[in-house]
Design a protein around this ligand. Structure first.
Ligand SMILES: Nc1nc2c(ncn2[C@@H]2O[C@H](COP(=O)(O)OP(=O)(O)OP(=O)(O)O)[C@@H](O)[C@H]2O)c(=O)[nH]1
Ligand SMILES: [Mg+2]
Length: 253
């Protein structure tokens, strides 16, 4: 499985080198063929130059430079489009602030044997969050409960940003028409995947609050998510389609 790990960055100069090193180390230790694509939005702190320096020394690393901060969703769409023009079988999402442990990537990839989308989940048994204040945890868990109630999608951690998609999911969920950003982007991707009848599996991960750099989460991102989930809930079906034919083929492979 040729795997592309897309890591969007905006001012992550202090952690990106460690993220790259740990990811490539995990790839070597597990015998996975992993390529890293950093999608940088012209970070003022020079993250883009650091990414270029890493890529210059390692052919498994590539950098996509975008002119200005355009949001997490737009960065992922650009990164996935780059990978879909090339021959990757699997596409991962991962944050650059070390909240996600790159050493968990092989575990996510292994779970793809029985799924089309694997979510690194904080809220299934064995998963967890380190260093979040109670109100942040309450917001996140409450948000996920709201998503389940509105949409019927049986996912515990639908806002998680640590994921692995099989290529055919991205080919079929019409990425060009995904408009949302932030948490809503993650929610919309999971909801489209589920509604198409693809199989979603959650594997436990421990999410560690960033200790360096600055959060990009804003009130607007939260309000956008609440509003969009409400719309998706009243507009869309509350059930997934029967299991997607391609999903079954993927499981047999
Ligand atoms: N290219 C790009 N990356 C972004 C943008 N916004 C956020 N990111 C990256 O997306 C990832 C997740 O963003 P975070 O700010 O860590 O969001 P979070 O993990 O939900 O919240 P905190 O860790 O508390 O900040 C990080 O790697 C960010 O650098 C953006 O507009 N453009
Ligand atoms: Mg973060």
């Amino acid at each position: 499985m040729r795997t592309l790990v897309v890591v969007p960055t905006y001012n992550e100069a202090s952690t990106l080198p460690r993220v790259a090193e740990r990811l490539l180390g995990a790839a070597e230790a597990s015998d996975h063929e992993i390529t890293l694509l950093v999608v940088d939005d012209n970070s003022p702190d020079g993250t883009g130059d650091i990414a270029d320096a890493i890529a210059a020394h390692d052919e498994r690393v590539h950098v996509l430079h975008r002119p200005a901060k355009g949001g997490l969703g737009a960065a992922y769409r650009a990164g996935f489009a780059w990978g879909l023009r090339r021959e990757f079988d699997v596409f991962c999402e991962m944050d650059a602030d070390l909240s996600h442990d790159p050493a968990d990537v092989p575990r996510l990839l292994a779970a793809l044997a029985g799924a089309d989308l694997v979510i690194g989940s904080r809220y299934v048994p064995g998963g967890g969050v380190v260093d979040w204040p109670w109100h942040r945890l309450a917001l996140s868990k409450g948000g996920n409960r709201y998503v389940r109630a509105m949409t019927g999608m049986p996912v515990e951690d639908a806002t998680a940003g640590f994921r692995a998609f099989r290529r055919h999911v991205l080919e079929e969920l019409e990425l060009d028409t995904v408009r949302s950003d932030g948490y809503s982007f993650q929610l919309e991707m999971a909801l489209r995947t589920w509604r198409l009848g693809f199989r979603i599996m959650e594997v436990p991960i421990t999410f560690v609050e960033r200790s360096e750099g600055v959060s990009k989460i804003s009130r607007a991102i939260v309000v956008e998510a609440l509003w969009r989930v409400f719309q998706w809930g009243i507009q869309g079906p509350r059930r997934a389609q029967p299991v997607h034919a391609r999903s079954v083929a993927a499981l047999q492979r």
